[in-house]
Write a protein that binds this ligand. Structure first.
Ligand code: PRE
Length: 353
């Protein structure tokens, strides 16, 4: 019985592979066309449209998320056949940003792990890599401020967003947490695990923030009496035994990541989000007047955050604003037209959260 069923599977796999090969042959033609016209290879809005169409038109056993998982991998492979493009992420290997990058660019892309958020911005800006993946915010602990500050100072575009559930482990070469005197992690990760740290470390323990959770794990693999708060995948990679899993305060702990590229504008997909930085005059009502226009147009603002504008010794601010919709939407254009010199458009991209 099993043998017979497996034979049927083999026959279907043959057909699938045959069709995948036919698809890749067409994709290669698309790639040639795009390279000749210098058009962007990665088109998130087209990928979304394909997945939406398949999920609506085909009422088979596969759920939309299963269709999405299969096709995201197919798109990643297709993009590689069109033009192999290098992707930088906040490393070293085993970071959550690495997992986010792989979830979008698949297993066979050409990745480079960099040690800081600033080096990711720099390598995209100088063209050493085509795309960079950086964390932007956590749903429990808020914004990665560094990312917003670099978005303000670099001429790059946000081409896509994605989210990843974040489950932390604590890993150490010590068998017992009572022998641990130093914990390495990212600052935002300490904040996401503060209940565990308070409950399990009655003795004095030094929290040492480092550039990424995977770097923390590498350090815990070398330094005596230390532990790392990191992804389980990093603990396995650097062979540091896990003492506890799921130590984050919230079961809903999720981080949002952005994909950056050199300046490029996605066309509207019908379900977009737009990120802006706006510098308003320092006068009564400037912010409220600006925000009110979105309210009057029925446009939802999903994020408003103020950051120091870093203008000499003054205390001035800029605002990082995200809204539902595309920059090219007529209503959005109407609102921002009078502010065009004060606004930096960071990107409009398919909304994933
Ligand atoms: C394709 C591949 C990459 C893009 O991100 C979107 C779609 C695909 O595999 O379907 C093809 C393609 O390059 C395109 O339609 O523009």
């Amino acid at each position: 019985m099993l043998g017979k069923l497996r034979e049927e599977i083999d026959q279907i796999d043959d057909k699938l592979l045959e069709l995948f090969n036919q698809r890749i042959a067409i994709v290669q033609k698309v790639g040639k066309l795009k390279r000749n016209t210098k058009a962007p290879i990665y088109r998130p809005e087209r990928e979304k449209a394909i997945i939406d169409r398949l999920a609506t038109e085909h009422k088979g056993l596969l759920t939309k998320s299963a269709i999405e998982a299969i096709f995201l991998e197919i798109f990643a492979i297709s993009r590689n056949y069109e033009l192999p493009e290098r992707i930088a992420y906040l490393g070293p290997d085993g970071s959550f940003t690495h997992q986010a990058a792989e979830s979008r660019y698949g297993a066979i892309s050409d990745y480079i792990a960099l040690d800081s958020i600033s080096s990711i911005f720099k390598s995209v800006a100088t063209g050493r890599v085509k795309y960079g993946v950086v964390p932007i915010e956590n749903n429990q602990e808020g914004t990665v401020q560094e990312t917003i500050d670099y978005l303000a100072t670099h001429q790059l575009s946000i081409v896509a967003e994605m989210t990843l559930p974040i489950h932390f482990s604590i890993a150490s070469l010590k068998e017992d947490l009572s022998q641990v005197t130093t914990i390495f992690s990212r600052d935002i990760a300490f904040r996401q695990c503060k209940n565990f740290i308070n409950d399990y470390f009655s003795h004095n323990v030094k929290l040492v923030p480092v550039s990424s959770t995977s770097r923390a794990c590498q350090m815990a693999s070398k330094e005596k009496n230390s532990a790392a708060i990191c992804a389980p995948i990093a603990a396995r990679k650097y062979q540091v035994p896990i003492l506890y899993n799921n130590i984050q305060d919230s079961a809903d702990n999720t981080t949002r990541f952005l994909i950056l590229s050199d300046p490029f504008h996605n066309p509207p997909s019908g379900e977009d989000k737009t990120s802006l930085i706006v510098k308003l005059p320092d006068e009564a009502g400037a912010l409220v007047t600006f925000l009110q226009k979105f309210h009057s147009a029925g446009i939802n603002l999903c994020k408003v955050e103020s950051r120091p504008a870093k203008m000499g010794a003054h205390f001035k601010y800029m605002f990082f604003i995200e809204l539902d919709g595309h920059f090219y939407d007529a209503q959005v254009q109407k609102i921002i037209a009078p502010y065009k010199d004060q606004i930096k458009w960071l990107g409009s991209y398919v909304r994933m959260c």
